[in-house]
Design a protein around this ligand. Sequence first.
Ligand code: UD1
Length: 435
Amino acid sequence: MPEPTLYIRGGQQLSGYAQVSGAKNSALALMAGALLSPEPCRLHNVPRLVDIQRMGEILAGMGVKVALHGNILDLDPSHLTSCHAPYELVSQLRASFFAIGPLLVRRGVARIPLPGGCAIGARPVDLHVRGLQKLGATVHIDGGIVNARASKLTGARIYLDYPSVGATETLMMAATGAQGETIIENAAQEPEVADLANFCRAMGAKIRGAGTNTIEIVGTPRLHGTEYTVIPDRIEAGTLLVAAAATRSTITIGPVIPEHLRAAIAKLQEMGLNIREVGVNKLEISPGESRRAVDVETLPYPGFPTDMQAQVMVLAAIAEGDSAIAETVFENRMNHVPELNRMGADIRIKKGVALVRGVSALSGAPVASTDLRAAAALVIAGLAAQGVTEVKNLQHLDRGYEDLEGKLRGLGAQLQRSTEGCPFAGAAAESRRAV
Ligand code: UD1
């Protein structure tokens, strides 16, 4: 089967309401967390995504019964048959490494391959490993596989050199099964960490302070099954807001937890967009008089999220003036820049900072996505551009956005996947005119 291309006929204004799905990064962590108890768990509001499916396959390989009906995910980990995850799957999904903590708690042993590098940076797991060692696990890396063992885990005070989301989640989960108290300092404060803590609490864990930089966990001998609803995806919500901003549209999105979007909302307002809460957990965005340039630095939460950097860069590319966008979380997360430049953007990278000179318009072009958020950025650029944009490598988009195309079409965008050429009649002539 030839790979499909996403064709986007840009320049259409969006309007209406778009539904925000459950948070991918929360759901993945919760799936790992479900291993902590031998009793079944039911998760609601789970987005239907390739990453979720892959995580399900990894858990199924460990003996977990996994069943997804709509957005409800049932996990029954009562009979774990393996504490090993295959490299082919882990290499495609870093979050699967987070299962190491729960496996140590349940079985005292875990064998998980190093997730390896990826398009956005090296992404080591040294903080996970050092933290597990502090909890009393023996961890050694052999042939690219992290082998962890612990006849018992003991609570400890752990200071993270960097507030890594994954390391905080791994260690928080491991600490729920450790004897005594664990304190994680300089912990990641992301809402997904707090969501995982709430899920673990619903299973009987004793956790305080998740969502702040100090988390205290008191180990509990046995957790129980539970039913839990995943929080809304703040990155998907932010992506939809930027799509509206880039097309000078007024749309409403929900459900959202506005607090989780504080940094993104502040930046969009600084650029001149109007954003207000309308009703419970809904946000309306509308265009202001102008779109101004803005400086952005990605940071751990509550700073501006790295997962929104590529999308906001599209907006900066068509704003009035010069913006500087600095990526501090991942060293190699600017792969979208050459693609945006192919569409007429004027962006240079200097010492990890994208210097964006706003242009009056982008024009449709064939482009290829390189990672999940870069793919979202290219879709937004296509919506804003004159003419037709062709986005390739859609597997990245499918990893992390539930039916983004359907949602955008519902707002009036013209975009369609095809393996048989551009589905829009007269589009070629239109693109030639735009260029
Ligand atoms: C999670 C999110 C990802 C988001 C990122 C930062 C999931 C499934 N993914 O990824 O979407 O972009 O948080 O908000 O939740 N690091 C180390 N050593 C470690 C661990 C991390 O040096 O042991 C470094 C990483 O290389 C990176 C930085 O810390 O430079 C942040 O990584 P981390 O917060 O761990 O991100 P993930 O949990 O992988």
